[in-house]
Design a protein around this ligand. Structure first.
Ligand code: DAH
Length: 344
């Protein structure tokens, strides 16, 4: 026997309640299948009509059809509601929610250090110049007072490209290029730095990579002395390594300066007391510097009788290693995100 019409009515109520509770098309389809599916109660009631007394069949069947139409309409409406709700939810912008963080690219620590260094010198009135990475030997060596058979050439294992052309082994050639340009001016005043890549045929280890970065600096004018150099380099060291930093100058040799010096800064790890990082000395050597050699001035037609200048040069990787205590310079070139992510 099929269910009575009252029983059907209550089954339909239940299915409608389920339909109203459904929040996804899937949940709605399940509710619908229970009533209208192949094994749904309407289908099975229909197949049982033959068990009714013949005079009851017509009225029962009509009512069944009416229920079926009503339910189908009900499910159609509910499906529309569900999809409208989903659309509204997808489009709704809740301005009270916390923001979502966007994955941004960031500067490589060497690039960031270079920018910081450049900013410091620009703030002190220095101009920024760059030169070619493939350089004439004339600029890389000769005009810097490093003639052909000078032993200093051996110190810098050079990549030779063509006769007379090398990958520059330092950024010092840029100071020659700049001085060459301004020598014809009425009054020679130069305050420049030159950041850039340099290349040396070095076997990679904790302190060497065949490509690295340097910043060269130069100040030339009338009556420029080592005291001016000291002031600028002290100022730079405090701005780059921190306000407590002190500096130490010791004689050193570079063919393009006389006198030449090496600048050390107090170890920021132990504040000069002595530790593993500074090899118990309290000092870390960070750059070469000195008074521009008179021969270098003569090489670019600037009279050493009227003008004097000082210069410095340092490796950016070394600076960054000291500042961030990076034990191995090769880390800057491996592009391991676990390393790079530590610098903002
Ligand atoms: N060019 C030198 C080097 O690569 C560094 C240097 C030392 C530059 C002394 C200078 C300087 O301008 O005065 O090792």
């Amino acid at each position: 026997m099929p269910p009575s019409l009252e029983e059907l009515a209550s089954l339909i109520k239940e299915v409608q309640i389920d339909a109203r509770r459904a929040e996804t098309p899937d949940e709605l389809a399940q509710a619908k299948a229970r009533a209208l599916g192949g094994r749904g109660f309407l289908k099975s009631a229909l197949s049982q009509i033959k068990d009714l007394a013949p005079e009851e069949r017509k009225a029962y069947g009509q009512q069944l059809n009416a229920y079926k139409d009503e339910l189908e309409e009900y499910f159609r409406r509910r499906a529309d509601e569900i999809s409208a709700a989903a659309k509204a939810k997808a489009e709704f912008f809740d301005g009270s929610l916390p923001g979502t963080r966007v994955q941004m690219g960031r500067l490589h620590p060497i690039r960031a250090a270079m920018r910081h260094i450049v900013d410091i010198f620009v703030s002190m009135g220095f101009d920024v110049f760059t030169g070619p990475e493939m350089e004439y030997e004339k600029y890389n060596f000769d005009l810097l007072n490093i003639p052909q058979y000078h032993p200093a050439r051996d110190d810098m294992d050079t990549f030779f490209i063509l006769p007379g052309l090398v990958l520059r082994t330092h950024t010092s050639p840029v100071q020659v290029r700049v001085m060459e340009k301004i020598r014809k001016r009425e009054d020679v005043i130069v305050q420049m730095i030159s950041p850039g890549r340099v290349f040396r045929r070095d076997r990679p280890d904790a302190t060497h990579t065949p490509c690295f970065h340097q910043v060269e600096g130069l100040q030339v004018g009338r009556g420029i002395s080592m005291a001016n150099m000291r002031w600028i380099l002290d100022e730079f060291a405090r701005k780059f390594f921190g306000p407590e930093t002190r500096t130490r100058l010791r004689p050193d040799y570079f063919p393009f300066v006389e006198p030449g010096a090496e600048l050390a800064v107090t170890c920021s790890m132990c504040e000069g007391k002595g530790c593993r990082v500074c090899k118990e000395t309290g000092w870390i050597e960070v750059m070469g510097c000195g008074m521009v050699h008179p021969q270098v001035l003569l090489n670019v037609d600037i009279s050493p009788d009227d003008y004097s200048g000082w210069a410095f040069g340092f490796g950016v990787e070394r600076m960054a290693q000291v500042l961030y205590q990076v034990p191995d310079a090769r880390m800057f070139f491996e592009n391991d995100m676990r390393f790079l992510r530590q610098f903002s």
